[in-house]
Design a protein around this ligand. Structure first.
Ligand code: HEM
Length: 632
């Protein structure tokens, strides 16, 4: 039912169409949110008001930005029998065994684009050359380091990857940019489009990874993958003598996901295999009767929860460094009443007061869980990758913990795939971690897309090199268009945000405005999503755009609240008493590093989080209670 009463020139016509479908309460909430947006105010509000705004926005997105793709065909199953994370992600949804399993459809946050522009308009290589390719490396300052960059790839490889078609697409650079393109022409597999059997969205694309937060990046996405990585003794997983991953006869790492790996990414895989094995040791000591299978299952649950928790209250807090988001992310895990209250009384007060983790039942807001096409698009963050990795000398006698001497800079191309594995084996885990900790990663802005990725040898699913290189920057533009992801302005309207009407609404930078005009003329509707996200003025403290953030706001909560193992089964019966305690006492990545390298952070890290540049100052003590603070 619509409330035409509220339609007004104050709201863009496409937004009015969405509002027309809202209930009265949601219409009112929308107008509050929209009014605050018009004033550009929410991130400047004191913490409590900022949280109220985000709560209203998240509610609206849960109602109007979740679209199911495909039908549900799974079976009912016995929850008691499947009290563990299965190899392929099946048997997690309360009554459909297949939801969230490997090979299911990507969902959507909005309908496929109704844009009139073709997939080559403007040509992806023109966009890549004139707007994306790095001119001079721009870094993220002290906020985010190379561990943070590797971490998000580690998460992406837990959650999403599109199934490819067998048919190839060829992109040939038009003459106007051909000389500036490392590849004048290149081929790649199109995205596989599959019929959905649903009258609403007739086709969709498939996720080859399990979308749950189940650690599949180390455990694999199916039975075969899981068997490859397990040692089948005391629940443990395979790990080499030097603490890094084992490799097969071709030199490809043995891990849950090995596609497009690089040294920093496989380092995190190895660190969390160590974590898994340490959980197994602890469980075996406390519960000597558990067999290999039981130890493995409990340790997987615990390690996946540790990863999810670090992402929620450590990585994201550094990515969105404001007091409001610090409070918001902690509320997602512990609830408004905080850790002490939850530790003492348990989860007794519902999602807001006691957090999403430990809810009595999973919540999917009527739409079965999946990750979405739009979520993939906002995570296109290859600009985080630098040109070289700066290696530090940990043995130098005059080394100062705040700035260990640099011994070499290794080009990133040499750290990808098998070559990268050899390189990191020579350096070792400790030197890699400390070096990555001390290096800022790239900023998500225009003209910062790594040039070396414009002639990248990508990998097959099994980690083997493909024969021919691809231009990743151009391919990413093509991918969003090919998958029907809305362009920037349509995307914003669908997310209940105000669209831009001129380039100056997007950026204050005149050079950017001229470049946008050169590529898109005056047509702001044509602007590609990836370009818009990178050009957008950032909120103070945010390493990503506000537009991306609103997708995160919805999906970050959904990954926790829709999962049986973070809700109904987040209990000592499923995790064991000691397993839950392990998750509870681990708050940050620093805690995990300290467990496996007791002296490392003491000696080399000054800052508060392992995701900020390690020589930066720790967060200052703030005596004002968190909820009473101003926004930043
Ligand atoms: C050296 C490191 C990396 C390499 C070599 C690499 C390479 C690739 C390649 C070849 C693809 C497939 C492109 C396609 O066929 O469409 C891809 C997809 C993607 N990458 Fe990376 N990547 C790296 C790091 C990262 C990082 C740091 C992020 C940060 C979030 C990231 C996010 C993504 C996303 C979101 C996709 C799309 C997945 C999909 O289409 O389902 N990658 N990457």
């Amino acid at each position: 039912m619509g409330f035409a009463l509220f339609s007004s020139p104050f709201v863009h016509p496409q937004l009015q169409q969405i509002v027309a479908k809202m209930t009265l309460l949601d219409t009112l909430l929308f107008y509050v949110v929209h009014f605050v947006d018009k004033l550009g105010l929410w991130h400047r509000l004191p913490v409590l008001l900022g949280l109220a705004y985000l709560g209203m926005r998240r509610h609206l997105h849960q109602r109007y930005n979740l679209l199911h793709v495909g039908s549900m065909y799974g079976q009912k199953y016995d929850h008691q029998q499947f009290c563990y994370r299965t190899a392929d992600g099946s048997c997690n949804h309360p009554f459909d065994s297949l939801v969230g399993s490997q090979g299911t459809f990507f969902g959507r946050n909005m309908p496929p684009s109704n844009s009139p522009y073709g997939v080559l308009d403007p040509h992806p290589t023109v966009v890549a050359t004139k707007l994306l390719e790095r001119k001079k490396y721009i870094d993220n300052g002290k906020q985010f380091n190379m561990i943070a960059c590797s971490w998000i790839q580690f998460m992406i490889h837990d959650w999403i990857d599109h199934l490819e078609d067998t048919k190839q697409v060829e992109l040939t650079a038009p003459e106007e940019v051909a000389n500036g393109c490392p590849l004048k022409s290149f081929k790649f597999f199109g995205t596989k489009v599959v019929s959905t059997d649903s009258p609403y969205l007739k086709t969709g694309t498939l996720n080859t990874r399990t979308p749950w937060w189940d650690g599949s990046v180390i455990y694999g996405n199916n039975e075969e993958g899981m068997r490859r990585v397990r040692a089948f003794q005391d629940g443990k997983m395979k790990i080499a003598g030097d603490g890094l991953l084992e490799h097969d006869e071709k030199g490809i790492p043995i891990s849950g996901d090995v596609r497009n790996c690089w040294a920093g990414f496989s380092l995190l895989q190895a660190l969390f295999v160590k974590e898994h094995n340490a959980v197994c040791d602890m469980l075996k000591e406390r519960y000597p009767d558990l067999d290999d299978e039981q130890l493995y299952r409990h340790a997987r649950l615990v390690t996946s929860a540790v990863i999810a928790k670090i992402h929620t209250i450590d990585w994201t807090v550094e990515l969105l460094k404001t007091e409001t988001l610090l409070a918001g992310m902690r509320i997602n895990w512990y609830g408004f009443l905080g850790k002490k209250f939850k530790d003492t009384f348990g989860h007794i007060c519902g999602p807001i007061l006691s957090g999403l983790v430990g809810l009595k039942k999973p919540r999917d807001h009527g739409i079965p869980y999946s990750l979405t096409e739009e979520f993939v698009s906002v995570y296109r963050m290859h600009c985080l990758l630098p040109d070289t990795l700066v290696i530090r000398d940990l043995n130098s006698t005059n080394s100062d913990y705040s700035d260990p001497p640099i011994i070499e800079e290794v080009p990133m191309e040499q750290l990808v795939g098998k070559d990268g594995e050899k390189r990191s084996a020579k350096l070792g885990m400790e030197q890699m971690l400390v070096s990555m900790g001390h290096q800022a990663c790239g900023a998500l802005s225009l003209w910062n897309y790594p040039s070396w990725m414009r002639k990248l040898i990508a990998h097959d699913v099994d980690g083997d090199d493909r024969p021919d290189p691809v231009d990743m920057a151009a391919m990413e533009i093509y991918r969003d268009r090919e998958r029907g992801v809305a362009r920037y302005n349509e995307f914003r309207r669908n997310l209940l945000m105000s669209p831009i009407s001129k380039w100056e609404d997007l950026t204050d930078d005149n050079e950017v405005v001229s470049a946008l005009e050169e590529v898109y003329g005056n047509d702001v509707e044509k602007l590609d999503l990836l370009v818009g996200l990178h050009a957008e003025k950032k909120i103070k403290g945010f390493a990503i755009s506000e537009t991306s953030f609103f997708i995160f706001l919805l999906i970050a909560s959904r990954r926790l609240e829709a999962d049986r193992f973070f809700t109904t089964n987040y209990n000592s019966k499923t995790y064991t008493e000691e397993g839950l305690e392990w998750v509870n006492k681990t708050e940050t990545l620093k805690d995990v590093i300290d467990r496996h390298f007791p002296d490392m952070t003491k000696r080399w890290m000054r800052c508060s989080s392992a995701f900020s540049v390690w020589d930066s100052l720790p967060n200052p003590t703030n005596y004002i209670p968190l909820y009473l603070r101003p926004a930043t």
